[in-house]
Write a protein that binds this ligand. Structure first.
Ligand SMILES: [Zn+2]
Length: 246
């Protein structure tokens, strides 16, 4: 693994150098094509780890809401897809390049509140559209597993846990605010009530009090600060849905 890391680091340095030589000024290190590749590999791993619901009413519902959001927002040229996975975690996550996953546990918690579900899916679309993983990887370039996915070595086992790595990257608080803002904007643009986000946050708060320190998985990936709730309320109050059509 160490050897692989050294080799990929050298390759990465060469690529960074190439990027700077050609005057690459994009804020994101990964190209869209690399993001898509990473997402597709991650998708395969999710399918190996979890049963992906395909024909259930909730799978259909998540696809419908996701597709409706996409109709009303600025889309990137990537293969978006929306899935329900058989995990009892109260969580949702996305991979770079398009795939969004909602866990069965979160579906059960949200019940029939489509506005809340649209905000949650919108939040994940926000991470994808703002290219948060691509940027996080840029600043975490020595993560050997992720690099090995980008520069595959047929003899290496690397790449086996991209999903865990992406989940383990942890977005910054600023990125979470942005994903919330995008989620609220997308939901509003598509005709859902953004108040669903606040209802979802309130449910999470109640649950975390009941469950103690660990709380729902969503909170470990997306810490719910008072500030985050206040910001969502401010956006709704001021009707500042700035990301809706961008
Ligand atoms: Zn998030």
């Amino acid at each position: 693994m160490q050897r692989a890391t050294r080799i990929t680091t050298i390759m990465l340095s060469a690529l960074l150098l190439t990027g700077s030589l050609i005057g690459c000024r994009t804020r994101s290190f990964l190209s869209t094509k690399q993001e898509i590749e990473l997402g597709q590999q991650g998708m395969q791993q999710v399918e190996q780890q979890y049963r992906v619901e395909t024909a259930t009413p909730d799978a259909e519902r998540v696809r419908e809401i996701g597709d409706r959001l996409l109709k009303y927002i600025h889309k990137r040229p990537i293969p978006y897809s929306f899935h329900v996975i058989d995990s009892n975690q109260i969580n949702a996550f996305s991979l770079p390049g398009g795939p969004v996953f909602v866990c069965r546990g979160l579906m059960d918690m949200i019940g029939n509140d489509n506005d809340a579900l649209a905000c949650v899916i919108g939040h994940e679309l926000g991470h994808i559209n703002a290219r948060h993983v691509a940027r996080t990887i840029s600043s975490d370039i020595l993560n050997s597993t992720l690099i090995a996915v980008l520069f595959p070595n047929p003899n290496a086992q690397a790449g086996a846990s991209i999903v865990n790595d992406v989940l383990g990257l942890h977005y910054s608080r600023q990125e979470e605010y942005e994903a919330d803002w995008r989620g609220l904007s997308y939901a509003h643009a598509a005709g859902y009530n953004p108040e669903g986000m606040v209802r979802f946050f309130s449910k999470l708060e109640r649950l975390s009090k009941l469950q103690g320190s660990a709380g729902p998985a969503w909170l470990q990936d997306h810490p719910l600060t008072k500030d985050r709730i206040a910001r969502a309320e401010w956006i709704i109050e001021h009707h500042d849905y700035r990301y809706g059509n961008q």
